[in-house]
Ligand binder design. Structure first.
Ligand SMILES: *Cc1c(COP(=O)(O)O)cnc(C)c1O
Length: 376
């Protein structure tokens, strides 16, 4: 084993992958001195549209994508949205931002995706939508969630922030279904620095989110893509400053070219982790379709091991780890019920470093250190 541990550099949990092409693209936008929303954003949307086979509206974060989707569906005060507690707090915040209640559900501990049977129990006449989260890039049994939604007249907003580039039933994530929202923040499968996208066939949703990202100014998108502005206009809905800038889009355009490389590296590294850790009795792996997804984070479940102690020891060996996520139903702002499955699962979760800049020898080193920490 080469002495990776002797390096004074920490192995980062996650990071952006930025090359000369991204830097040059940003410089190009800066040189043209048109930084706001214009032709680069339009071009990035077209590239994503071609990639996914349906219309895409870009915004400044994944959080904004989820929020605008929810608002476009008319979800608000008095409504309820079913969502797994084990997700990034952004999922919950976008629901409560509309005035609706995020109803915290259990996950299937094998996949950490929404437990549809638990969601079914929490259905009321106020339930308007369900938000499955594609945890770590995995999609669980998404088909079952769509059946449940169809049977009960619910809309589906997929929090696909972890899942860009992945496939489900031979279809690209975001190319099918009701509404899918992606994030292009600094550490996602591709990045714009910050960024997000809404993908849907629903013309009404598309029109509403296009206007709402620009303060509700009607048809402002079309004008900006022609390099014009709306000086006389009408507003019919609450809007926000949620649009994407040309600087962000220029990064995204370059990152899209590298998606195949990033995806296969992430898959290769995650498979190497799985192979190395399979033999450890104190570790359980998630049930994921590793051939078809793009793994966004690498999460393991520890058995009878003090997770936080392991984290400390790994950090001392130069290995950053994470915990995805603090269950939202345990946060003061959202606490309404208890979720025993989630509460037992949470302290067992440990996220190991995964990004396309990690080398296979580093994965081997991390696994060796981890197993050593568990065994002593
Ligand atoms: C990243 C992320 C978001 C929000 O995306 P931002 O672009 O960071 O706002 C939402 N949900 C999940 C599960 C995420 O990982």
């Amino acid at each position: 084993m080469e002495s990776v541990g002797m390096m004074d550099k920490v192995i980062r949990l996650s990071k952006s992958m930025i090359g000369e092409a991204e830097k040059k693209a940003v410089m190009g936008v800066l040189d043209r001195e048109y930084l706001g929303m214009g032709k680069e954003v339009q071009e990035f949307e077209n590239i994503l549209h071609d990639f996914l086979g349906r219309p895409v509206v870009c915004v400044n974060t994944g959080t904004a994508a989820l929020h605008l989707s929810m608002q476009a569906l008319g979800i608000g005060q008095g409504d309820e949205v079913l969502v797994q507690s084990l997700t990034y707090v952004a999922s919950f915040q976008t629901i409560s931002a509309t005035g609706a209640i995020p109803v915290a559900c259990e996950v299937d501990p094998d996949t950490i995706t929404l437990d549809v049977n638990d969601a079914r129990k929490r259905l009321t006449e106020r339930t308007k939508a369900v938000m499955p989260v594609h945890y770590a890039g995995g999609l669980g049994n998404l088909e079952e969630i769509y059946e449940f939604a169809n049977d009960n007249g619910l809309r589906v907003i997929e929090d696909a922030c972890h899942a860009f580039g992945g496939y489900y039933n031979e279809k690209k994530v975001g190319s099918f279904g009701d509404i899918a929202c992606f994030s292009f923040d600094g550490i996602k499968n591709i990045t714009c620095g910050e960024g997000g996208a809404i993908v849907t066939d629903d013309e009404d949703v598309l029109r509403k989110v296009r206007d709402a990202r620009l303060l509700g100014v009607e048809k402002d998108t079309e004008k900006r893509y022609r390099g014009e502005r709306s000086w006389e206009f009408d507003v019919n809905n609450q809007g926000f400053r949620y649009h994407m800038s040309n600087i962000m889009a220029a990064i995204g355009i370059e990152q899209m070219k590298r998606l195949p490389e990033f995806s296969s590296l992430r898959r290769k590294l995650a498979n190497r982790y799985r192979k190395n850790l399979l033999k450890c009795n104190s570790i359980e792996l998630l049930n994921q379709d590793m051939e078809n997804i793009v793994p966004h984070i690498f999460v393991i479940k520890l058995k009878n091991v003090d997770r936080d102690k392991i984290r400390e020891k790994l950090l001392a060996s130069g290995i950053q780890t994470g915990v995805h996520y603090m269950p939202n139903h345990l946060l003061s702002f959202y606490h309404r019920n208890n979720l025993p499955v989630t509460e037992i699962l949470f302290p067992r979760l440990l996220t190991l470093p995964l990004h396309p800049g990690i080398r296979e020898q580093e994965v081997d080193y991390i696994c060796e250190e981890l197993i050593h920490c568990i065994e002593v």
